[in-house]
Design a protein around this ligand. Structure first.
Ligand code: GDP
Ligand code: MG
Length: 730
């Protein structure tokens, strides 16, 4: 990017620019447009909890760009707001670029006002100018800049329009304002102003935290009852008590005279200020395009309608499953043949023995089993990305709030659920991290514990395998039911824990519904690719390693020589007595028995067998046990272990069959074994990475609880399904 700004500084200095703004204002999109980095762009408020950095080199200056979490204010109401505020105070960026949605100026300027108040150098990016134009809004940017006394640059983050101008303006402003913070004073009415003056005087006199914050700002925070400032103040001397007393007195006075809290008065005045600015013909609405504004409102009256909304939601999600399975089957078949061919070729090229077994059974079958599902998962991700980017997913969260509330959860819980795989094909690790948007620790904990029930991308292949084997005619319906079942279990368990171990009232739902947008093809493909690539990468690393390990456990120790000799003798006997087809079949039967015996004799076989007395209750045989134990490491391993276990037991290289047909043909399997296994895999212990994430978000105690509780629950349900199913229907 070229810059025309010229000034004399010896070495290239580094400027820190922080991108701030309300959730969904386009920060991440702008960040990506400027740095070229790819990140996830979603439509949920607050999905950017992590801080992201990018470096750009201009001709004569280096810029460190930081994507702050989305915030509506700078109060200590949520983690995001605190993170953003502490970043500004502790790291003192050279400038804040406040990204403002041009179509929602009034609401978005609220944050800008607070930057002015704390005094940090700030410029505004008036984003979504394309949307504003489409809605027929004409914005007088120059006048706005003059009234706010702050540079304003128009941008369209999605196309990158205005980003160069924005950076140049920021650099110039840094150069002009230096590092000095110039807090502005807003009047909050005669009474509050008087109190503020009084407090400011005390704060300045005692130099109370003035090294960190402007004095009047501290006073304001005391009046706003800012928990963080009050807590921090207590560590800083006796002045705190004095200030708290004044704040308390003011509060009582306001309540008595006006029946409102001081923070409500303060926010009223801020909005008043914004309105007085906007009223000066800053935004003009073109009459002819009036209808376009109503597009979102009109669409919402249908999509978020109390009665039609939920029905449409279920129809849309159900449609997604149908499309995924009809379309996905085609490339899936190709991949299956490809891996079959690779496997056959490797069998031909590598001489029979341990190496062949490692390559064919351990690596190709193991990893192939996982890779075969890539097309399905990619299609699923594609549709989820579309729903997210279009803004519909936020509506799903909004509608689900009504239901979630009943179960002691919150509308925000929907996001962790959906990210974890609530519409099938997510991952519980980012899902668990997304619980940070929940303000109440109790609702957060309940969400944390139940989000891993969702059918994540790693469990999907297991379900698809079993569904393909036993419920061929009803694939989409089955997958849909599995997802529905996951939600029901998550809600019931949430209700259970919220009425026992984590009791407490629920918090109200505040969430901004972003306007509908037609997602860009590029954006959707980037998101789909990122998620699919994560899946492929895991198959190539963790799953490959665990596959090889499990292969070794399933191969060693080999059968004792004596037994091997016995099978050899049997084979010779067959060769002498029979001929032709019958001979081949008899040989195959012996080979199969030998393979099974060897697997059972191996380390993994012994572990699986020792669990069998218990697992039989749910219909799981020792081979299933091996796979399920492997699944503790990563759920993907279940399918790959199946691949290995069933290819070790089957030595017919000519059979053009797939894993699912092999399982379907196995006499130890039936519909109810499959159902029990589906339910167990859905519910049992989260994978290791998720357990660590849960521990980080809560404690190791809760992580252990999740592991033990979920496994017990899963096993109990599996036993019930298997026992009732086989007793009643078979
Ligand atoms: P953040 O929450 O502030 O990080 O917002 P995102 O960058 O995730 O953007 C939210 C949504 O707004 C995404 O769907 C973006 O594609 C979209 N978006 C961002 N900037 C623009 C813009 O300038 N114009 C339009 N029409 N859409 C935008
Ligand atoms: Mg973001």
């Amino acid at each position: 990017m070229a810059t025309t700004v010229q000034w004399k500084i010896k070495k290239n200095p580094t400027f820190t620019i922080a991108l701030a703004g309300n959730p969904n204002s386009g920060k991440t999109t702008l960040f990506n447009a400027i740095t070229g980095a790819h990140q996830h762009v979603g439509n949920y408020p607050g999905i950017t909890v992590e801080r992201k950095e990018g470096i750009i080199n201009l001709k004569d200056v280096k810029i460190k760009l930081i994507d702050l979490p989305g915030t509506y204010s700078l109060s200590a109401y949520s983690d995001e707001e605190l993170v953003a505020r502490n970043f500004l105070v502790n790291e003192k960026p050279d400038i804040v670029v406040d990204i403002v949605d041009a179509t929602m100026l009034e609401r978005h300027l609220y944050l800008a006002i607070q930057f002015f108040e704390i005094g940090i150098p700030v410029i505004l990016a008036l984003n979504m100018m394309d949307d504003a134009k489409r809605q027929g809004l004409i914005i007088d940017t120059d006048k706005l800049a003059k009234l706010l006394n702050c540079p304003v640059v128009e941008t369209v983050a999605r196309s990158g329009r205005g980003k160069g101008h924005l950076i140049r303006t920021a650099v110039q402003h840094i150069k002009e304002s230096g590092k000095t913070w110039k807090p502005i004073q807003i009047s909050y009415g005669a009474e509050i102003d008087l109190v503020l003056d009084n407090m400011t005087e005390i704060i300045e006199e005692q130099q109370f935290m003035t090294d960190r914050y402007p004095a009047r700002w501290i006073a304001l925070k005391y009046l706003e009852n800012d928990s963080e400032i009050i807590r921090y103040g207590k560590l800083n001397g006796k002045v705190a008590e004095q200030l708290e007393a004044i704040a308390q007195r003011t509060k009582e006075h306001c309540l008595k005279t006006l029946k409102v809290l001081p923070e409500a008065i303060i926010s009223d005045y801020r909005y008043g200020l914004i309105n007085s600015i906007l009223k000066q013909d800053i935004v003009i609405q073109e009459k002819s395009r009036q209808e376009r504004i109503d597009f979102t409102t009109k669409l919402d009256s249908l999509l978020v309608n109390r009665y039609i909304g939920p029905i449409l939601m279920i129809a849309i999600l159900y449609g997604m499953f149908q499309i995924t399975f009809t379309v996905g089957e085609i490339p899936m078949g190709w991949l299956e043949s490809l891996f079959g061919w690779i496997s056959a070729t490797a069998t031909l090229l590598i001489p029979e023995g341990l190496l062949q077994s490692l390559v064919v059974s351990g690596i190709i079958d193991g990893v192939g089993g996982v890779m075969g599902f890539v097309p399905l998962i990619a299609i699923m991700f594609l549709m989820i990305s579309f729903l997210e980017d279009s803004g519909y997913m936020a509506r799903v969260a909004y509608m689900l709030d009504r239901v979630l509330r009943i179960f002691g959860l919150h509308g925000y819980s929907a996001m962790p659920f959906i990210i974890s795989g609530g519409i099938a094909g997510g991952c519980a690790v980012p899902g668990v991290m997304a619980t940070r948007t929940l303000r109440s620790p109790k609702e957060k904990l309940a969400t944390l514990l139940t989000a891993p029930f969702m059918p994540c991308g790693a469990k999907l292949p297991v379900f698809m395998l079993l569904v393909a084997a036993f419920f061929t005619e009803h694939k989409a319906q089955m997958m849909f039911s599995i997802t529905l079942f996951a939600w029901i279990m998550a809600l019931l368990v949430a209700k259970l824990v919220r009425s026992t171990v984590i009791k407490g009232a629920s918090t109200p739902f505040i969430m901004e519904l972003p306007p509908y947008r037609l997602p860009t093809v590029r954006g959707i493909f980037i998101h789909t690719w990122e998620r699919t690539w994560q899946y492929i990468k895991k198959a190539g690393t963790v799953i490959l390693a665990v596959s090889i390990l499990l292969w070794a456990a399933m191969t060693f120790p080999g059968l004792p020589t004596q037994q091997v000799n016995q099978y050899e003798l049997e084979r010779q006997a067959v060769s002498e007595t029979t001929q032709g087809m019958t001979e081949q079949q008899a040989l195959l039967e012996i080979n199969n028995r030998e393979g099974q015996a060897a697997l059972r004799y191996s380390l993994a076989g012994k572990i699986g067998t020792s669990l069998e007395p218990l697992s039989r209750l749910a219909g799981f045989d020792w081979r299933t046990n091996i796979a399920l134990v492997g699944g503790f490491a990563a759920k993907e391993v279940i399918v790959s272990t199946f691949g290995t276990a069933y290819s070790l037991g089957d030595v017919d290289p000519e059979a053009a069959d797939t894993l699912s047909t092999r399982i379907a043909a196995d006499p130890s399997w039936n519909k109810f074994t499959a159902l029990a296994m589906i339910v167990f895999v859905l519910l049992y212990a989260p994978c290791v990475v998720t357990v660590v994430a849960i521990a980080k978000e809560s404690s190791w105690g809760w992580a252990t609880f999740a592991t033990i509780f979920n496994t017990t629950l899963g096993f109990g349900m599996a036993v019930i399904i298997y026992q009732i199913g086989t007793k009643l229907f078979m």
